[in-house]
Write a protein that binds this ligand. Structure first.
Ligand code: SF4
Length: 608
């Protein structure tokens, strides 16, 4: 087993919160050549360390926070991956976010952190290069993510720390709570917030000043990274994102694509989106463009509300997803109110995709008489009623009252509890709420929502090849907007041209695809062990049953044939059988033969 020569340090920081100790775990280069890093490395730990049925809230359950081989280099590679078995879905999930944490981790000399154990009282810790200090978080417990971030800065006397932490929602065990990174970014879709809360971990902060990422052949690596960067700079799509962020897709998806989500996916047509979108944001809210490490696209927009009830509120908003879920999906027309809802989710550490899904489902349930104000502590949400939505978000974060207890469970459990036909509009895949793209208007979103590991995630890829490229982006720490989303069919070559001189590898483009398929097969095999198969790769009932009533895709429905085509295309490409289970031959070819017995046992146990 050899140590990595470049790209990775071959070191993961293992934290044990129960004993408040840490140690270095060495990772050989062979593991990186198979699983790459970040998301892939998290999948490796999951399939090699967990047995089927592992309780994600066991004391020894882990959260892996990883940084890939490209992070901290001159390449645009700012993504951090969070990988854990998710208490919300019961599955292996991953959440990615931008900002600077991934690079800072590398500059502190670590490829990632593996966090286990459970503290007796609230704790946080700092990582400054090789030094780890456990600290008392009693005064932070109950505080919002914003306040906690500021408290960490003050205690460490360093404004350049990078933090990842939870808010009250994670502390209170809301299953769709998440980790907030550096105040405005969310690693949402692994829902690690409640796992941190269970571990009594408020979060941690990193500062790296000592290490540079080792590069085997610097001149070749820089030349390849420059090709990648120049391709991004000349891309018109990246140019649009630079000016408008992702918020401009709110208007595009409404007026052109017909895939905006509106009122719990009742339609995709909401002309009032112009009151919530990018031009409105530029006029009344945005103050500055913000970028992740090394990124010239700077799609992030920070702003401040300048008048009205929320005057002075600072937020990063809207992005496409937040504007869709907490804007049009709730029938909102008021930009300020929508922005306040987005910021409340960040402050409490709630996944705003699930939160927006829960609020929209609740509103439709009230509209259809399945829920009454008496079920919701006297509250009666109606479309566009931002004041009531804010009160409900407060209740969710603290699981307060009847409403808080009901809504904090998420749509799947709510629908089961309420009954009364609510399953017809419970818009979930694999137990969680859909993101802001209606798959009737954007049919290839099926790949992302249903075949992608997470389920209901918008960012897992829009084709079979795309699923692979996103798995690699997440493992390398590349942002899709500045990699495969721009590089297209050249992605494998551009990545391999960077990886070989960086890591001292001798990859061909075939190795890129093999690694991607290995990561996806490992994640899928893990979830097959939990009972997942083709039967779960389905969209919510509404998508097959109700034609879109208006907009550019008026009359369109997602058909069984639409599903069949995409499902069989993906299974074939990935080497999975017709039941969506990685075939024995595939597992052998990908060096995952150690999972064959587990997969066969699951087939028997769950009758797959
Ligand atoms: S495009 Fe750039 S600024 Fe936007 S999320 Fe990706 S890396 Fe960050």
């Amino acid at each position: 087993m050899a140590a990595p020569r470049g790209g990775n340090f071959g070191k993961v920081l293992e934290i044990d919160l129960s004993t408040q100790t840490y140690r270095t775990r060495t990772i050989p280069d062979e593991v990186y050549q198979q699983f790459v890093g970040a998301r892939g490395l998290g999948a490796y730990f999951a399939v090699t360390e967990y047995k089927a049925g592992k309780n994600p809230l066991d004391e020894d359950a882990f959260v892996f926070i990883g940084s890939g081989p490209l992070a901290g280099t001159m390449c645009v590679s700012p993504r951090t991956s969070v990988v854990n078995k998710n208490p919300y879905t019961g599955l292996l999930n991953h959440g990615e976010c931008g900002a600077h944490l991934a690079s800072e981790l590398k500059w502190a000399g670590w490829d990632g952190l593996l966090i286990r154990g459970r503290a007796k009282k609230p704790v946080w810790f700092s990582v400054v290069n090789d030094r780890v200090e456990f600290r008392d978080a009693s005064r932070m417990w109950g505080k919002t993510t914003e306040t906690t971030h500021e408290m960490m800065i003050r205690e460490m006397k360093d404004s350049r720390i990078r933090s990842i932490l939870i808010g009250p929602a994670g502390e209170n065990g809301v299953p769709y709570s998440c980790l907030i990174v550096e105040r405005f970014r969310a690693a949402a879709r692994s829902n690690a917030g409640s796992v941190f809360g269970d571990k009594k971990l408020k979060g941690f902060a990193v500062r790296g000043t000592k290490y540079a990422v080792p590069v085997v052949d610097n001149a070749r690596f820089l030349a390849a990274a420059n090709v990648a960067k120049e391709t991004n700079i000349s891309d018109p799509g990246a140019g649009r994102r630079k000016v408008w962020g992702t918020a401009s897709s709110l208007e595009t998806n409404n007026f052109v694509l017909g895939s905006l989500i509106v009122k719990n996916f009742q339609t995709t047509w909401w002309p009032d989106i112009v009151k919530l979108g990018a031009e409105e944001a530029e006029r009344k809210f945005w103050r500055r463009h913000v970028s992740c490490t090394n990124c010239q696209t700077h799609c992030l927009k920070l702003g401040v509300l300048r008048e009205g009830k929320y005057r002075g509120l600072i937020a990063e908003a809207p992005e496409y997803e937040s504007g869709g879920l907490l804007g049009s999906n709730l029938g909102m027309r008021d930009f300020d109110q929508m922005t306040a809802l987005i910021e409340a989710c960040d402050a409490y550490g709630l996944d705003y995709i699930s939160t927006g899904g829960v609020l929209a489902f609740t509103t439709e349930a009230v509209e259809k008489g399945a829920l009454k104000p008496s079920d919701l502590d006297g509250l009666k949400p109606v479309w566009g009623d931002g004041e009531t939505y804010m009160k409900l978000i407060d209740k969710i974060a603290y699981k307060e009252g009847k409403a808080g207890k009901l809504l904090s469970q998420g749509v799947t459990k709510m629908s089961r509890q309420i009954g009364k036909g609510t399953d017809a509009y419970a818009n979930v895949v694999k137990g969680r709420e859909l993101a802001a793209h209606d798959p009737r208007g954007d049919k290839n979103r099926y790949y992302s929502y249903c075949i992608g590991t997470n389920g209901a995630d918008h960012a897992e890829g829009a084709s079979s090849r795309d699923l692979c490229m996103v798995a690699m982006n997440d493992s390398l720490c590349l942002c899709t907007f500045t990699s495969s989303g721009v590089w297209g069919a050249s992605t494998d070559k551009i990545v391999v041209d960077m990886l070989n001189p960086l890591c001292g590898w001798n990859w061909k483009t075939d190795d890129y695809w093999t690694a991607a398929k290995r990561i996806l097969a490992a994640e899928r095999a893990f979830n097959v062990r939990e009972g997942i198969s083709a039967k779960d790769d389905r969209l919510p009932k509404r998508m097959y049953a109700e034609k879109l009533p208006a907009g550019p895709k008026k009359g369109v429905v997602f058909t069984e044939e639409d599903q069949k085509q995409r499902q069989s295309d993906a299974y074939k490409f990935l080497g999975w059988d017709e039941k969506g289970i990685p075939a024995e031959a595939t597992l052998k070819a990908l060096n995952l033969e150690f999972l064959i017995d587990d997969v066969n046992a699951a087939k028997k146990k769950f009758n797959l």
